[in-house]
Structure formats: structure tokens, C-alpha cells
Write a protein that binds this ligand. Structure first.
Ligand code: F6R
Length: 236
């Protein structure tokens, strides 16, 4: 594991973007595992900047997102598909047909989970997975639990997660209670993992995840077992 500590969010974003750009130089048709949330926004901004400056090409990139809220259609501005379009896909030359986000409104959510796992398999797995971390140690929406999950599944969101994400919704009752998420097994099978965290609110959990006991109570702690993990933490 490489643990990079930096002072500012700008440095975190620049370093993270550099790692992604290096991956794309090595393999232009990489499968990128992507996250939403506040943490990677600066990284995506850096990628957009690199593209605008003619220093990045996304034309062959394939992507799979970690998760999506259940019951939120992709046209809703709170959906993770909407987020990805707004913060990255609409601003670089990625082919939208090559971008994937699990559907939160599939009639048969079990079938959707199976479809998503098969899709990731058919792409040959994930080359580089970008992760944020929840204040409770979740990755994707794999919440603290008694066991580490394997494949894509539907989860009931932890109250701490709903509280953290309430900032994006008008009122608490609008915050979804369920989500569909890639499983820990799939995340762990990525070739390389880049875990990002910033600010005081994440300081304690990132240290617990990276140096503490490996336990499904802190889902991110499993990442200690990955042999190609880079963690970037910024103080603010
Ligand atoms: C988002 C995701 C979540 C977030 C985590 C941190 O796709 O999978 O695990 O990465 O909740 O969110 P922020 O970055 O908003 O603190």
C-alpha cells in the first residue's frame, strides 16, 4: 500500500488525476471503476482540464460506477448517473455507450444486480477503481455488516450514510433508504485501487481503515489486503 498525505484538496485532486491519466496512457481502453460523492469532484475537474488542454483522451475508456440510489431515475438530478454526466461524462470525449451505472429503477433489482456483475466480467474486470470512503467506513454502499459482500447487491442505507448525504436533498425524508452497489468482492478484484479522502471528518475513519483491524464493521479495512492500493488523504 502507498499512503500519500497531502495538505490540500487541490493536491489530492491533482495527484489522483495524474494516477488516472497514467493508467490511460498505459491502457487507453482501461475499465475505470468510478465513484460519486464530493471527494472525487476535484479529480474529475482535473481530468476535464487535461482533456480540454489536449492532454487526455477518453474515447476508448469504459467505465463502471460503484452504485446508484434505488427508486431514483437517471433523469433525477440526485441520481448518480446524473452526477457522472454533469461532473465528467458530458465534459470529456468518453462514449456514453461505454459508461455504466447500475439502474436504481429496474423492475427486478435482483436481475439488475446479476446483469451488472456479468457486465463487469464481460469488460474483463476493472483496471483502476476509484473509491471515496463513508464516515462509517463504507466503500461503494457496502455498509458496516457482519460479513464482506461479494457481488452487486441491494443494501439498506445506514442512518449515518443517510445523514451525511442529506445535504444534497431538500428534506431528510427525500433521502433514499436503499441503494444498489457493487460488492466488496468485485471492488477487491480490481487491478489497482485508488482510495481518496479529505478533511477532518474522514481523518479517523481513514486511519482505522488503513491501519486498524480488518473487519466487515469497517468495510474499507479489507483494502489492506489488496496488493495495489494507493490511498491519498488531504488535511482539508
Ligand atoms: C459514491 C460512493 C460512496 C462515497 C462515500 C464518500 O459513489 O460509493 O462510498 O464515496 O460516501 O462520499 P463523499 O465523497 O461525498 O464524502
Amino acid at each position: 500500500m502507498e499512503f500519500i498525505k497531502v495538505k490540500t484538496y487541490e493536491e489530492l485532486s491533482q495527484k489522483a488525476a495524474q494516477i488516472i491519466l497514467t493508467q490511460l496512457e498505459k491502457k487507453p481502453n482501461s475499465v475505470l471503476g468510478l465513484a460519486t460523492g464530493s471527494t472525487p469532484i476535484g479529480t474529475y475537474d482535473e481530468l476535464i482540464k487535461a482533456y480540454t488542454d489536449g492532454k487526455a483522451d477518453f474515447s476508448k475508456v469504459r467505465s463502471v460506477n460503484l452504485d446508484e440510489y434505488c427508486g431514483v431515475p437517471e433523469t433525477n438530478d440526485q441520481s448518480y448517473r446524473y452526477f457522472m454526466n454533469e461532473h465528467l461524462f458530458d465534459k470529456v470525449n468518453i462514449d456514453k455507450a461505454n459508461t455504466n451505472v447500475p439502474s436504481g429503477v429496474a423492475e427486478d433489482s435482483q436481475a439488475e444486480c446479476e446483469r451488472y456483475d456479468k457486465l463487469i466480467e464481460s469488460l474483463g474486470g476493472i483496471d483502476l477503481q476509484i473509491l471515496g470512503i463513508g464516515v462509517n467506513g463504507h466503500i461503494g454502499f457496502n455498509e458496516p455488516s457482519d460479513e464482506f459482500s461479494e457481488g452487486t447487491h441491494v443494501v439498506t442505507l445506514d442512518e449515518r450514510t443517510r445523514n451525511s448525504n442529506a445535504r444534497f436533498f431538500e428534506k431528510m425524508s427525500d433521502v433514499p433508504t436503499k441503494a444498489i452497489t457493487m460488492g466488496i468482492g468485485t471492488i477487491m478484484s480490481a487491478e489497482k485501487i485508488l482510495l481518496l479522502a479529505n478533511g477532518d471528518a474522514k481523518k479517523e475513519i481513514i486511519e482505522k481503515a488503513v491501519y486498524g483491524e480488518i473487519t466487515p464493521n469497517v468495510p474499507a479495512s479489507i483494502l489492506q489486503k489488496h496488493d495495489n492500493l494507493t490511498v491519498i488523504f488531504s488535511e482539508n
